[in-house]
Design a protein. Structure first.
Length: 288
């Protein structure tokens, strides 16, 4: 479809007949994200309210479809990237979101922490530094006022307002610590995810194999990075069911981490009664 054909379809958007609009929508949605710029130009120059309303809907659907395809491609990779998954989920709500500004902000946090690191420091000392910079200098925290707000799941909003939910704050903390070369991994505990500092090569850990707990200590991002030490670990092991104990010694895969974030979004939109978003996100969750 060339630009002339696209304009011919757009010219039909002022027809009040919904069946005509549906035909136009069907044809335009066959195109990829590249047509959005032209559609936005038409929207800006149009004086017809109905045309603008329909163009907004079409642009939104194209952007949603583009994000869905990108998430599917991300999920189908053998080796996936946690940051990319988080960014794509944020682009679902903020389709104009740019990658570079987000990376610049994350790099600034990483650099501020790295400048405080010394080779002689222990694992615990380095985590203490991360906690100080992350929770006290940058003031990242759990949103206690609106904990179930969908906005708490989006990386741009978390970086701008320093608020998130237990899942998103744990993801951000994990990304920062990983970027500094620390062997930390998200631990998939319902409601209060933890971060494990592993003292063994993850590649050596075999699912189902009997071994001592490879986690040196746990970090609780929901409580400003509070350290859970050996005594607390032993208590957790002795007081929880076997499937929870297994989670405590196994790092959660990046794919499942993003799935937990999507599931949180689904719950948030269900509570708000925004069912079109619930349907879309349920489709996304099925890919993960």
């Amino acid at each position: 479809m060339n630009e002339h054909e696209l304009d011919s379809l757009i010219a039909l958007l002022d027809d009040p007949d919904d069946s005509v609009f549906n035909l136009v929508l069907h044809e335009i949605l066959k195109k990829d994200i590249s047509v959005v710029e032209h559609l936005e130009h038409i929207w800006e120059t149009s004086l017809d309210g109905l045309v603008q309303q329909r163009l907004e809907f079409i642009i939104q659907q194209i952007q949603f479809n583009d994000t869905r395809v990108k998430i599917k491609n991300w999920a189908n990779q053998l080796s996936i990237d946690l940051f990319e998954g988080l960014f794509l989920i944020s682009r679902y709500y903020y389709p104009e979101l740019k990658l570079k500004p987000i990376k610049v902000q994350l790099e600034k946090i990483k650099k501020d922490i790295w400048l405080e690191f010394r080779n002689s420091q222990t694992a615990l000392e380095k985590i203490t530094i991360i906690n100080h910079i992350f929770f006290h200098h940058y003031k990242f925290a759990i949103d206690r006022v609106n904990p179930d707000s969908p906005q708490n799941c989006f990386i741009n909003r978390i970086l701008d307002f320093r608020k998130g939910n237990p899942i998103s704050i744990s993801i951000l903390y994990t990304l920062i610590a990983r970027s500094l070369g620390l062997p930390v991994h998200y631990i998939d505990i319902e409601n209060t995810p933890l971060i494990g500092y592993f003292d063994k090569d993850i590649a050596q850990l075999v699912h189902g194999e009997e071994f001592e707990n490879p986690v040196l200590f746990y970090i609780n991002p929901s409580n400003k990075g509070a350290i859970i030490g050996p005594k607390e670990i032993e208590y957790i092991h002795n007081s929880t069911e076997s499937h929870v104990r297994l989670k405590l010694t196994e790092p959660c895969t990046d794919r499942i981490i993003i799935k937990r974030l999507v599931e949180k979004l689904i719950t948030s939109y269900q509570e708000l009664g925004i069912m079109d978003k619930v349907e879309y996100l349920t489709d996304i969750a099925s890919m993960l």
